[in-house]
Design a protein around this ligand. Structure first.
Ligand SMILES: *Cc1c(COP(=O)(O)O)cnc(C)c1O
Length: 540
């Protein structure tokens, strides 16, 4: 191709636009697309292993070097095929291979390969389930799958589901962009239920926070949740005008679950204060840091006695309900008023998708909005009661995936994760330099490197010395975690919290989330070996 030819081709004209809108511009680009798409569609895991993943540490400075141009080109810079080649050869290698079985640090992991196909079809159809006019049957499917999961959680009678599955007046829940917006939706409903229209007062949603507080002579609205709650709940406090300071932390017991005595005590104290209203209590089914499940039955009972809205954040743990072996761990979840479950975590769906459920099919009326060009009053659209406006038809992915794998297929993955995590915890306990911090209930485990000589010193230390030694141990864990990440083979994450109520300082702990079905105990042992190795080099 000579220079002139290239220049004329890279000009945006009506002709070139029409071509690019409809199909690949020529045979060469078609071949490029087919080559990569075939690898992605039929050999996803090999593709990811060979093309994706930072293998050595790149500093942020270096990473950002090529991404500082802020001008938009008037004419095309590249042909489609060249853009695709760039993405796969230059960008993907600098992304993170979250699908690696050695990547056990976060809640983002490998996908079953067919998810890519399903997502591609959803993108191709480009339905907008905000309204029936732009989605038709996809809105109907969304309602059906919402009823299926609602049934999995709340297990109401057949009659209930026949009434509501396709009812246009009621909602069992909604798909959201993720756990954050699901939690926000739950607390939004809880807040509004507390301040319904009454005489001249038109409800908090219409009147706003200031008028509400004035009308009811209040100082604050609060939400109670254990101290290790996901920070999305604090965001919700901010957005809803409650104030994130009023998302009140309740302490945890030695097993990292909400301390029921502290919960009862806090409710009692707050209830005495006539200027405070409790909008909700939140239980967590699978905390983000340690994967623990709050005592949901007891919490539900406390909420019932005090007439408080009970939300369960099961963003992580929700899909465990599919496991015959472990679903009992979530007992009491069916007593919740609302439940968050993420699709892009243990439902193994692509980024991003979550769900919110309500026990009462009228709950979402509290957040219904209408507009004149879509979702007119009397509209049957799901979109009138969702936080998000336009939404993609992610329900079809969940529906299809459940058809492809069955609840048993999911259960196999979940059971494998939990079993592997328990084996891993045993292995950690058996190695002298490690200290198990949270004995796993689900598939998240925390531990730390705690060399015996330092631990024995710690036990005899004075308060001042204690702090010094704890800092030393923290430092070791930070360095080992960082070095392992930099070496590029394995990844575990780290977090910090107080190991017990009486501790003064927070301890750094290593955190593993085991959800990739390809991760097994041998791989996990290798990860520990590597950490031991890094530590011994560090020590010498
Ligand atoms: C991940 C998570 C969230 C937030 O969900 P996003 O999908 O990241 O918005 C909330 N709560 C818990 C317990 C989580 O694990």
């Amino acid at each position: 191709m000579n220079k002139n030819q290239k220049q004329t081709e890279l000009i945006a004209t009506w002709d070139t636009l029409q071509r690019i809108f409809i199909r690949p511009e020529d045979e060469a680009s078609r071949e490029t697309l087919l080559k990569y798409m075939e690898q992605i569609l039929f050999g996803l895991h090999d593709f990811l292993n060979s093309h994706v993943g930072v293998t050595e540490e790149i500093s942020l400075k270096e990473l950002t070097r090529d991404f500082k141009d802020t001008q938009i080109n008037k004419d095309p810079e590249k042909k489609l095929a060249d853009v695709i080649i760039d993405i796969i050869e230059k960008i993907a290698p600098k992304a993170v291979n979250v699908a690696s079985p050695y990547f056990v640090g976060h809640m983002t992991s490998a996908l079953p390969f067919f998810m890519v196909h399903l997502k591609t079809i959803i993108t191709a159809l480009n339905q907008n389930v905000n309204k029936l006019e732009t989605s038709k049957v996809l809105s109907v499917i969304e309602k059906q799958i919402l009823a299926k999961i609602h049934r999995l959680v709340f297990n109401k009678e057949e009659n209930f589901y026949q009434t509501h599955v396709q009812s246009t007046d009621t909602s069992l829940g909604a798909f959201t962009t993720g756990g954050t917006t699901a939690n926000l939706t739950a607390l939004w409903v809880a807040r509004n239920k507390l301040f319904l229209p009454y005489q001249d007062f038109d409800g908090i949603e219409n009147e706003g926070i200031a008028k509400t507080m004035q009308t009811f002579s209040l100082d604050r609205i609060v939400v109670l949740v254990q101290e290790r709650a996901h920070f999305s709940l604090k965001k919700a406090g901010g957005i809803l005008g409650i104030g994130n300071k009023n998302i009140i932390p309740v302490s945890v017991d030695s097993k990292h679950r909400i301390d029921l005595n502290d919960l009862k005590k806090t409710i009692k104290e707050l209830s005495k204060d006539k200027k405070t209203k409790i909008a909700a209590v939140v239980g967590i089914a699978g905390t983000t840091e340690t994967g623990m499940i709050d005592p949901l039955c007891e919490m539900a009972q406390i909420c019932k006695e005090n007439s408080i809205f009970f939300h369960v954040d099961a963003a992580w743990g929700g899909p465990v309900l599919l496991s015959e072996k472990y679903s009992h761990l979530l007992k009491g979840i069916e007593k919740a008023d609302s439940i968050t479950i993420d699709c892009h975590k243990q439902f193994y769906m692509p980024m991003t998708s979550g769900m919110i459920y309500f026990k009462d099919p009228l709950s979402m009326d509290q957040i219904a909005y209408h507009s004149n060009y879509v979702n007119r009053p009397g509209s049957v659209d799901i979109g009138i009661k969702t936080l998000e406006g336009s939404r993609e038809a992610n329900s079809l992915i969940l529906d299809s995936s459940l058809k492809i794998m069955g609840s048993r297929g999911y259960a196999l993955m979940i059971d494998h994760s939990i079993k592997t995590t328990k084996e891993f915890a045993k292995e950690i306990k058996s190695r002298k330099i490690f200290q198990l911090i949270s004995d796993p209930e689900l598939n998240i485990v925390t531990y730390r490197i705690a060399p015996i000589d330092l631990i024995s010193k710690l036990n005899k230390a004075s308060k001042n010395q204690k702090e010094h030694i704890e800092n030393l141990i923290n430092d070791i864990n930070i360095k080992v975690q960082r070095k392992q990440r930099e070496q590029g083979k394995s990844f575990v994450s780290r977090t910090r919290f107080k190991l017990s109520k009486h501790d003064e300082i927070e301890s750094v702990v290593l955190r593993c989330v085991i959800m990739n079905p390809m991760t097994n105990i041998d791989i996990l042992k290798e990860i520990l070996d590597e950490q031991e190795d890094i530590f011994s080099r560090l020590a010498s």
